[in-house]
Design a protein around this ligand. Structure first.
Ligand code: NAD
Ligand code: USQ
Length: 398
């Protein structure tokens, strides 16, 4: 198939491009390099060194003989997107191209507006590009488990049957997102579902949990194929951060009491889930939702595992409960249905299969690249007098 990967230079998009290319698909990536620009502007960097997109694709071709086409552009501008669609004529589009950090979206008004404009308007343009240039193309969209929040009932896979005043219907599961970023995903979901209904588009919305891991089988083939690994307070996610913190002797930053429970997935399973979604094309007009997680943990569960395994590797790992910069439940019920991808054939890589050892070892290898000033969270969800200090510039100034 011809598969266009929007956001194909990112943490997940790049390994996805390699995976699908290796499977024999014709792959193109579309990216505006916004993530790299954020790093350059604010002095952040990936823990694992990464090559430019041109160097990456050239190395891939050298090693495998396969080509990955590269389009530069932003989804927020229709022209470059339209050109890529007209030129490449995709049969499937995998949409990763969003500002994906909750803390970034909560820095201030400007970042909230940037996040929602980039994500919601970008996705709206993608929907129009499909309608105008590739109407039978399957949109595989990365959503998030955070769209659901943490309700006090089981989380269903996208839809729930509701009985009300003697009538019943199957309706979208209620959404209670916890940041302007997570809200942008909810807005996307509504727009996508609507376009499937009115234009007969086909789409799979993947409500993915937090991804962990440093590599896939393809990115491990050569250091020039490595994907990014974020450990900083804005783009770093819980488990990846804890492993980097363990490597440099920084106490693990558990926010609040640490009972926050989330669904997690190994990056090796992310790339497979997307292949499973592509292979099982929805019908015309169908809007599907899959919960893309394999297991769930509280923040304390993760910190305790990293501490035990890190100490087993000879490190002295401490855990520090720090005031929670976010507004979120710290003790809550969590049970999420996630059977659809398993039914399609997903065989999960589970966390206790040695991934934490591997992550800490990877972080130790690159520990000289870790800047401890980037670890402490300063972006605060609450309204404070000091909002102005909650910027990456202020972090860098500390
Ligand atoms: P990332 O920031 O590493 O990659 C996103 C890529 O998209 C970057 O290369 C960036 O330059 C590009 N991009 C952003 N806005 C763009 C635009 N308007 N036009 C073109 N390119 C643009 O993020 P990631 O971790 O790879 O996440 C990819 C997707 O998966 C996101 O939609 C995210 O919400 C979702 N997701 C990620 C995780 C996770 O833990 N990383 C978990 C669940 C869902
Ligand atoms: N947390 C800590 N300490 C840290 C970092 C995070 O206790 O050092 C806590 C947070 O307070 C939160 C939980 O860990 O309760 C998860 O935070 P996170 O930063 O790992 O993940 P999150 O902000 O939810 O966002 C990440 C990705 C996002 C994706 C989402 C999936 O950045 O793109 O959508 O995971 S989900 O969580 O299912 O919504």
């Amino acid at each position: 198939m011809r598969i266009l990967i929007l956001g194909g230079d990112g943490y997940l998009g790049w390994p996805q491009a390699l995976y699908l290319s290796q499977q024999g698909h014709e792959v193109a990536v579309f990216d505006n390099l916004a993530r790299r620009q954020f790093d350059l502007k604010h002095g952040f960097d990936s823990l694992i060194p990464i090559r430019t997109l041109h160097q990456r694709t050239a190395r891939w071709t050298e090693l495998t003989g396969k080509q990955i086409t590269h389009y530069h552009g932003s989804t927020t501008e229709f022209e470059p997107l339209a050109r890529a669609f007209q030129d490449f004529q995709p049969e499937a589009v995998v949409h990763f191209a969003e500002q994906r950090a909750a803390p970034c979206s909560m820095i201030d008004r400007e970042h909230a507006v940037y996040t929602q404009h980039n994500n919601v308007i970008g996705t709206l343009n993608v929907l129009y590009a499909i309608k105008d240039f590739a109407p039978s193309c399957h949109l595989v969209k990365l959503g998030t488990m955070g769209e659901y929040g943490t309700p006090n009932i089981d989380i269903e896979e996208g839809f729930i049957e509701i009985h009300h005043n003697g009538r019943s219907d199957v309706l979208p599961f209620p959404k209670q997102p916890g940041s302007f970023y997570h809200l942008s995903k909810v807005h996307d979901s509504h727009n996508i579902m609507f376009c499937c209904k009115i234009w007969g588009l086909r789409s799979t919305d993947l409500n993915q949990g937090i991804v962990y891991g440093a590599d896939t089988y393809q990115t491990s083939m050569n250091p020039d194929l490595a994907t990014r690994f974020d450990y900083d307070q804005i783009y770093g996610t819980a488990l990846n951060r804890f492993c980097a913190q363990a490597a440099v002797g920084f106490p693990l930053t558990v926010y609040g009491s640490g009972g926050q429970t989330r669904g997690y997935i190994n990056i090796k399973d992310t790339v497979r889930c997307i292949e499973l979604a592509i292979d099982s094309q929805p019908a015309e007009g169908e809007y599907r939702v899959f919960n893309q997680i394999t297991e769930w943990f509280s923040v304390n569960d993760l910190a305790e595992r990293v501490q035990r395994i890190g100490n087993g590797l000879g490190l002295d790992v401490q855990i520090d409960s720090i005031p929670n910069p976010r507004v979120e439940a710290e003790q809550h019920y969590y049970n999420a249905v996630h059977t659809k991808l398993l039914d399609l054939g997903l065989e999960p890589h589970l966390l206790d299969d040695g991934e934490i050892d591997h992550l800490i070892s990877t972080a130790l290898k690159h520990k000289d690249r870790i800047d401890p000033r980037l670890i402490t969270p300063t972006v605060n969800w609450r309204h404070t007098e000091n909002q102005v200090e909650n910027t990456p510039e202020a972090v860098m100034a500390k």
